[in-house]
Design a protein around this ligand. Structure first.
Ligand code: GLU
Ligand code: ZN
Length: 318
């Protein structure tokens, strides 16, 4: 069915800090997945999360992608330049009362949560403001509320390109979710759907920390009448302590590797080895990788980046 449709992948860096080896691995898989089948790749700068955006980080991400040799087609989309499109989507949801104004603070939601929740996913929204209709926002002071999407208790079923068939219940993963923040900016969930649809993305390859976002995004695709892409969630890179790659694991920023004289081909070799495309760590080009690309060899478990592995490509973190 999809064999003749052109494949459109995308790279979507958040300029919240420097790109590290973990980001590079996901970008590489996303890029190869599209390019190995003659597909195109879009670039999008996800810079709407204003308090966390770092000056220069967007240019830094573009620099890092160039260094790795990962290219893209067309002009990059920049989310802060696209607010009117997100607003239009919000208006559509408001018109159908699929969203309501929520005046709860984070603390309110935490306090009302009945059960303990896994720290990364947050509590289930208790529905405090769900009685409101969209028009009720007129009686609330501007800036005092967020917009939440009503989710009911639906289970969303989808086929993940890496994990296979999945079923996730929208209530259990957090319930009604924010699509527009009280600060007046779109939330990630809404912006990413509007943008992936606008860029006609047919395949989203991203870290599996975003798996719980997918059923929410699929709901938004449906309610906005947009065509969803195929989702492929790949395992993350972790440090020797089993935690997600961070500063305490040494300096794994791409710019640090580059400054230490590591070549892009050396890093590509390490990443390819971690994905099961190479038997040992040795420099390799993108072109060679494109020919041998296979999602199926990527290990199911996260990739543990150790100082020993980094040393194999000649890098010793300061
Ligand atoms: N900008 C997000 C990140 O860098 C990726 C979002 C996505 O792939 O949907 O983590
Ligand atoms: Zn509320």
């Amino acid at each position: 069915m999809e064999s003749h449709a052109p494949i459109v992948g995308r790279l979507a860096p958040s300029p919240t800090g420097a790109q590290h080896v973990g980001n590079a691995r996901t970008y590489l898989i996303a890029w190869l997945s599209a390019r190995s089948r003659g597909g195109s790749v879009g670039l999008r700068i996800e810079d709407i999360d204003s308090p966390r955006i770092k000056p220069g980080a967007a240019a830094g991400a573009i620099d890092d992608l160039h260094w790795l040799g990962l290219d893209w087609d067309g002009v990059p989309l920049v989310q802060t330049e696209r607010l009117s499109f997100y607003e239009a989507a919000l208006v559509q949801l408001q018109a159908r009362d699929l969203v309501y104004p929520c005046t709860c603070t984070r603390t309110d939601v935490e306090r009302a949560a009945s059960a303990p929740h896994p720290e990364h996913e947050g509590p289930i929204y208790p529905g405090t403001c769900a009685h409101r209709r969209a028009v009720d926002a007129r009686d609330l002071p501007p800036g005092s509320f967020a917009w939440r999407m009503r989710v009911g208790s639906e289970t969303i079923v989808f086929e993940d390109g890496f994990h296979g068939p999945l079923a996730m219940n929208l209530h259990e993963i957090g319930g009604d979710f924010v699509v527009w923040k009280s600060a007046g900016t779109p939330a990630y969930q809404l912006a990413v759907v509007v943008d992936d649809a606008a860029q006609q993305v047919s395949e989203v390859v991203r870290g599996d920390d975003l798996l719980p976002s997918t059923p929410r995004q699929l709901l938004l695709y449906r309610e906005l009448g947009l065509m969803p892409p195929r989702f492929v969630h790949v395992p993350l890179v972790i440090g020797p302590d089993g935690k997600r790659l961070a500063k305490r694991h040494g300096d794994t920023r791409l710019q640090a590797l580059r400054a230490a004289g590591v070549s892009a081909q050396a890093l590509l070799g390490l990443l390819a080895w971690s994905c099961g495309w190479l038997d040992s760590i040795r420099p390799i080009t993108l072109n060679e990788l494109r020919l041998g690309f296979d999602l199926a060899t990527i290990p199911r478990q996260p990739f543990t980046l150790t100082p020993e592995v980094l040393a194999e490509m000649g890098y010793h973190s300061p």
